[in-house]
Ligand binder design. Structure first.
Ligand SMILES: [Mg+2]
Length: 316
């Protein structure tokens, strides 16, 4: 099968998967065309996922289809952007129709779910690598940046943390129990917080998605905003399956493990009071922004200080 036929068969259907009418011209020409409203800003980001680095060797292609788009879409959520479309550069060792069919199925399911349509792409031979560029829009000047955190703001996270990190222990387990299945689902099918992100526009002072771990990603906000933070470990939202599986280690996973794709945001106490209840209920306050530099972690009456720049390898 030639390259063009391969793309047409498996990927053209995904061009219709999204709900957006912003794509005037999808795959098949030299470029795609996206119409951008004059009162909007275009927000875009590219992610490359490499086999053996960002996902395991021989990873299920259907799960990879979902996960590869979810990971990219999560960056749109962090900016408060409404999803529009994406492009895919697919590097594959060989054109295995079964693999392509399963990958395209997972990708199409995710594309429909997130409201992203495939606008174009490219395929090449080589070690398995998926590069996805996502486009979204926000009303002019309303993208949520990392640099807006202010002293006195609450620090909040969505959902629960640490589940995807715990799942790494069970990826090759033959017969996972219910708790293991629950955390594995968080790893295989991350849910980017797109509607939460857009609901936080004009409300959150800063935001980041948690791809590398809470401490590391909150660290990006602190550095961009020139502030410090105090975190209360006892307030971290932990799922029941994670608590049962990981015990004492659950806190470390929630602080340091990546792959959850929840949002970490800052918000002033006043804006928090005015949040609609359905938005507030998706968030947990875990600490506050303070003046200075670095991150202080409060745990059972003890405090541990991490200097600015020391966020990458924290172990509680
Ligand atoms: Mg990100």
């Amino acid at each position: 099968m030639g390259e063009f036929e391969l793309i047409r068969r498996y990927f053209f259907p995904i061009a219709e998967a999204g709900s957006t009418s912003a794509v005037l011209l999808g795959p098949g020409d030299d470029c795609a065309i996206q119409r951008v409203d004059p009162d909007s800003d275009l927000v875009f980001s590219v992610d490359a996922l490499v086999e053996g680095v960002h996902f395991p060797h021989h990873y299920d292609p259907e799960k990879l289809g979902w996960r590869s788009l979810a990971v990219a879409a999560s960056d749109l959520a962090a900016m408060g952007a409404d999803p529009a479309c994406f492009t895919l550069a697919l590097t594959i060792p060989d054109a295995d129709p079964d693999w392509l069919h399963a990958y395209a199925r997972g990708l199409a399911t995710a594309a429909r779910h997130f409201g992203l349509s495939l606008a174009g792409g490219d395929t090449t031979r080589g070690p398995l690598t998926l590069s996805i560029q996502v486009h979204g829009t926000v009303p002019r000047e309303q993208a949520i940046r990392r640099s807006g955190a202010r002293v006195g703001d609450y620090i909040c996270v969505s959902g629960t943390l640490g589940d995807a990190g715990a799942a790494l222990h069970y990826l090759s387990s033959g017969n996972p129990g219910p708790d293991e299945q629950a955390v594995l689902a968080r790893y295989h099918y991350p849910e980017p917080r797109l509607s939460l992100g857009s609901a936080l526009r004009g409300r959150a002072s800063s935001a980041v998605d948690i791809s590398d771990g809470l401490v590391a990603d909150l660290g990006h906000i602190l550095e961009a905003s020139g502030v410090a933070a105090r975190l209360e470990v006892g307030k971290l939202p932990l799922s029941a399956p994670l608590r049962r599986l990981a015990g004492q280690e659950a806190v470390n996973l929630a602080l340091n493990a990546g792959d959850d794709y929840e949002l970490c945001i800052t918000i002033s106490p006043e804006a928090w009071r005015f949040l609609p209840e359905n938005v507030r209920s998706e968030l947990t306050i875990i600490g506050e922004i303070v003046s200075g530099e670095g991150l202080t972690i409060m745990h059972d009456g003890h405090s541990q200080a991490l200097p600015a720049g020391g966020y990458d390898h924290f172990r509680n």
